[in-house]
Ligand binder design. Structure first.
Ligand code: ZN
Length: 173
């Protein structure tokens, strides 16, 4: 049975660490991935990265199927990303609202590059290289940032951060 794990929130130092690569022999990795899914679904998220549950390793999960009515290309998109490497491709930038399970109650527009290429291993440690644009690209970039110790509020301008400071502060421990 999978366990629902505790979500780390803004102020927890694990969210600011550079996560470590994992290999196939990582103890209880498959159980951990099941726990990530269980935690993500319980909290009604669409993506969850290992540091968000206090484990600083390079793993995140994303399930975008729920958005298929709005974005038909996302039907069936459910993936585990291990040791991902993201490369920004040529193209425009897009602004879109983001939130984060680790920063409850904050939802803000973030500008990100649209097109990316990601090389990663899946849960069976098979390597894939895929290109994404649109919503999938955005969620991947958001989750990837968690592995680099970055949070979406880091992208906000100083005034927006100032206006949010009460909310951001109340999320600090
Ligand atoms: Zn997040």
């Amino acid at each position: 049975m999978a366990n629902v794990l505790k979500i780390s929130t803004l102020g927890d130092s694990v969210l600011r660490q550079i996560a470590l690569p994992v290999n196939e022999d990582h103890p209880q990795l498959q159980e951990f991935i099941s726990d990530l899914w269980a935690t993500m679904y319980r909290t009604e998220g669409i993506g969850l990265a290992a540091p968000q549950v206090g484990k600083s390793i390079r793993v995140f999960v994303i399930d975008l199927d729920i958005l298929k009515d709005e974005f038909p290309e996302l039907k069936g998109f459910k993936k585990v990303f291990i040791n991902p490497q993201v490369e920004i491709l040529k193209g425009g930038k897009v602004a879109y609202n983001e939130g984060c399970l680790s920063i409850p109650g904050v939802n803000k527009k973030v500008t990100r590059p649209d097109a990316i290429q990601i090389t990663y291993q899946d849960e069976n440690f098979e390597t894939h290289t895929d290109r994404y644009t649109g919503f999938a690209s955005r969620v991947i970039q958001h989750e990837y940032d968690h592995l680099e110790g970055k949070l979406f509020v880091d992208y906000l301008n100083p005034l927006t951060k100032l206006l949010l400071s009460k909310k951001l502060h109340s999320n600090q421990k």
